[in-house]
Write a protein that binds this ligand. Structure first.
Ligand SMILES: C[S@@+](CC[C@H](N)C(=O)[O-])C[C@H]1O[C@@H](n2cnc3c(N)ncnc32)[C@H](O)[C@@H]1O
Length: 433
């Protein structure tokens, strides 16, 4: 974007959760898209409020010393990895700061917070699942890529540096797939490599518009490739296989095409170990796994005599959790399809008690469920969050009247080269409740 006389000169002094650079000028805070700490920019205000403004860069006056040449050539356009090219230690420092500042500013946690962010085992090729967009033109030309940030403009790619190499094999060769005359269709394509089937891909397609029949024909073409183990439509999983996802603690974790699974497989194992260590320390007799998915965080800690109950809205994930129970000969574990908030309310009314609650909500957190959780009064809560701001709001609620105290806060960097960070807060009930 060309600069304009009304543009303002800003020095970016820190980073805000969401990935924007932060600058202060004349008592106002500016959130600047695509800028990082240390950049000096001319910026155009896109939204002006009384105490803060959103802005975008019209010209870089000087670049941050944290900017190095990004390894991925698509990064400035594709909108996926805002921090590709920033040294990894600096990325971790910013993520740590997001967690601390959210807990202090939003959660009003007064005490000194000591937090480590566990680095990802790999900072490239760490994703075993990506969602790419595919357009086939009226001349049967196929383009695949990601949408530019905040738009529906397709940025073509022929590889993705944070995806693993089997996924890149398909992204790199997809333009050579025989389209059999297909034209004028658009769809989202989830490509997943299962750790248990290394070198093979599962592909699940959701048509954005156009002919579902034509998109189905494309899934059938994909099935002819020797490195595709299954390909199909997300709304038609009749012949979708239940597949071993990975193994840990001598247990097999199953999955189905299109089902939510953490994308950083190696770090997900570290998270499961972290939770297993907490369970080994506290030895709870009963565990409630809220937002349990297919049991990713609780299947590994199930044992005879320990009551486990999981609640999850997605019934396909619950079917898979039940298969996990059967596959691993687990007793005393029940996984239920339903709404988390309603379920906790029901448990509260029934005067149910759990020693430990694992909470792993989506980005929005679990604000509405906090009163029921407090009323259930578990001795320990392990809150796993992918958004430090909603986490801080919910932890603030639990700690406000000293009903719970924070035992530990640990970051897990599941998403190197992006601003995203996973946080695990362990809370203990105080004597007050
Ligand atoms: C961050 S994922 C965690 C899944 C699981 N713990 C794991 O590690 O794979 C959040 C889960 O919450 C589920 N979910 C979203 N809204 C829900 C609701 N209102 N009630 C119950 N589950 C919900 C989603 O389907 C998703 O599986």
């Amino acid at each position: 974007m060309a600069s304009h006389p009304n543009d303002i000169l800003l020095t970016i002094s820190s980073m805000a959760y969401g990935g924007n650079g932060v600058a202060r000028l004349d008592g106002k805070v500016y959130f600047v898209a695509d800028a990082i700490e240390g950049d000096v920019v001319k910026a155009r205000v896109t939204e002006d409020k009384e105490r803060y403004a959103n802005a975008e860069v019209s010209e870089f006056v000087s670049y941050s010393p944290f900017r190095e040449k990004p390894r991925c050539p698509f990064t400035t356009n594709c909108g996926g990895c805002q921090w590709m090219g920033v040294p990894y230690t600096q990325q971790l420092a910013w993520k740590q700061d997001f967690i601390v500042s959210s807990l202090k500013r939003i959660g009003k946690i007064p005490e000194h917070l000591s937090i480590d962010v566990n680095p990802s085992p790999d900072i490239y090729n760490y994703r075993n699942r990506v969602m790419i967009r595919v357009h086939i033109s009226d001349r049967s030309v196929l383009t695949c890529g990601y949408f530019k940030r905040g738009t529906r403009e397709l940025v073509p790619i022929n590889r993705c540096d944070i995806a693993n190499e089997t996924i890149n094999k398909l992204i790199g060769h997809i333009t050579t797939v025989n389209l059999n005359g297909l034209k004028n269709i658009k769809f989202r394509m989830e490509i997943q490599e299962l750790p248990s089937e290394s070198g093979k891909l599962v592909v699940t397609i959701t048509p954005a518009d156009g002919d579902k029949k034509a998109t189905k024909a494309f899934t059938e073409t994909l099935r002819t490739l020797d490195y595709i183990s299954w390909s199909g439509m997300s709304f038609d999983l009749k012949d979708a296989p239940t597949i071993p996802f990975d193994q840990q603690f001598s247990r097999t974790f199953l999955t189905l095409p299109g089902q939510f699974q953490q994308v950083n497989v190696a770090h997900n194992k570290n998270l499961r170990t972290f939770i297993s260590d907490i369970v080994a320390e506290y030895r709870p007799q009963s565990i409630l796994d809220v937002f349990c998915g297919s049991g990713n965080l609780s299947i590994g800690v199930a044992e005879k005599g320990r009551l486990i109950e999981g609640i999850e809205a997605n019934s396909v994930a619950i079917d898979c959790a039940k298969k996990n129970v059967a596959e691993n000969n687990i007793s005393d574990a029940t996984y239920i399809a339903g709404d988390a908030e309603k379920h906790l309310l029901k448990l509260w009314r029934a005067n149910a008690r759990f020693d430990l609650v694992i909470l792993d909500p989506p980005r929005q957190g679990f604000h509405a469920g906090m009163p029921s959780l407090m009323a259930l009064a578990p001795k320990k809560i392990v809150y796993v969050s992918c958004d430090p701001t909603t986490l801080a709001r919910d932890i603030g609620f639990l700690c406000r009247n000293q009903d719970y105290r924070i035992k530990s806060i640990t970051g897990f960097d599941f998403f190197p080269n992006t601003y995203h960070v996973e946080t695990v807060v362990v809370l203990e009930r105080t004597q007050k409740v």
